[in-house]
Design a protein around this ligand. Structure first.
Ligand SMILES: [Zn+2]
Length: 327
């Protein structure tokens, strides 16, 4: 029987869990959630994520922390200065990191019509600032490789692209390839060696732990979180995945990425219970896969758990979030 650490840090989630039942669920599992802001184009993230996440962290510091973001480029004078002011204010208000989201690379165009990539010089002063104040950057660049492949192909992400066709890039000639986006991310990591970078979702190389390992070897300032990619790990050879966790035990962060936007206290009891059941089931699946050698079913994928040793679990569940996010 595995001994779980007293606190597990879910280093990538989006849950406005302001109801006693949510707090009780987190306490039962010993989970502290790092809530992550991501900047949608309409700017609503500031009221819908930043404010509720900051409030939760102030009120329940044992259960919540938060990561801020910044508005998408306007290509107007003063943009970078405004971003830096916002970051300074949010870091003072307790944010532990900053996130850049997939809309950079897949959605935002420069005034000349070209897609804005994450390694555009525009962002360099922002990344330099984070380096200087020693706060990490969470990068969700690109999408799972399934995003560029036909929806008919077997993948745990099929359902998402069927339901969110605006994010499905298969057959589109006006967006960069998966490879080009990963390369743009890699260039940022290389150009800012003093910046701690966490690659969300296994650095968008979820389909192959070998490809993730290659980047971890190349860039000592890079770590990855496993959020929303358990099913991808489960589709790969269990021995290879286990070896990956053992070798990079100090570079892989536990996370789940269960997006629940409506504050739990404003939900009706039935809907809140449904969402909490999803959250609880998600934790159970991740814990079972990492801790046991039992057969686990998750998002339509069935695989045996990889039964990591206790000391590795301690790192993935807790120590790595402390080291990389200062939590
Ligand atoms: Zn997320």
């Amino acid at each position: 029987m595995t001994r779980r650490p007293a606190t597990i840090i879910d280093a990538h989630n989006h849950v406005v869990g302001d109801h006693p039942d949510t707090l009780e669920l987190l306490a039962r599992h010993g989970v502290k959630v790092l809530n992550i802001c991501f900047a949608e184009a309409d700017g609503s993230w500031r009221t819908q994520m930043r404010e509720p996440y900051a409030r939760l962290s102030q009120r329940y510091p044992e259960r919540y922390a938060w990561c801020t973001s910044f508005d998408l480029p306007t290509f107007e004078d003063g943009y970078v200065e405004r971003v830096l002011e916002g970051l300074e204010r949010d870091l003072e208000a307790g944010a532990v990191a900053c996130k850049i989201w997939k809309n950079v690379g897949l959605e935002v165009r420069r005034p000349d019509g070209a897609m804005l990539l994450v390694d555009d010089a525009l962002f360099d002063p922002i990344f330099a600032y984070l380096t200087c104040v020693e706060k990490p950057l969470l990068m969700h660049v690109a999408e799972p490789i399934a995003c560029w492949r036909p929806v008919s192909e077997a993948s745990p992400h099929q359902v998402y692209y069927r339901d969110n066709p605006e994010w499905h890039m298969h057959g589109r000639t006006d967006v960069p390839s998966h490879e080009a986006l990963i390369a743009s991310r890699d260039r940022v990591v290389a150009r800012h060696p003093g910046l701690r970078v966490i690659g969300a979702h296994l650095g968008s190389l979820e389909h192959d732990v070998g490809a993730v390992a290659e980047r971890l070897e190349r860039y000592p300032n890079l770590a990855v979180d496993m959020s929303a990619r358990l099913a991808d790990l489960m589709t790969q050879d269990g021995d290879a995945v286990r070896a990956f966790f053992l070798r990079y035990r100090d570079r892989i962060l536990f996370g789940t990425d269960v997006v629940m936007r409506t504050p739990h206290a404003s939900l009706g009891a039935a809907e809140r219970a449904r969402q909490l059941a999803v959250l609880g089931r998600t934790y159970r699946d991740y814990f079972d896969y990492l801790e046991t050698d039992r057969v686990v079913q998750h998002k339509g994928v069935v695989a045996r758990g990889i039964a990591l040793p206790d000391d590795v679990l301690e790192q993935v569940y807790r120590a790595n979030a402390r080291a990389w996010y200062g939590l």
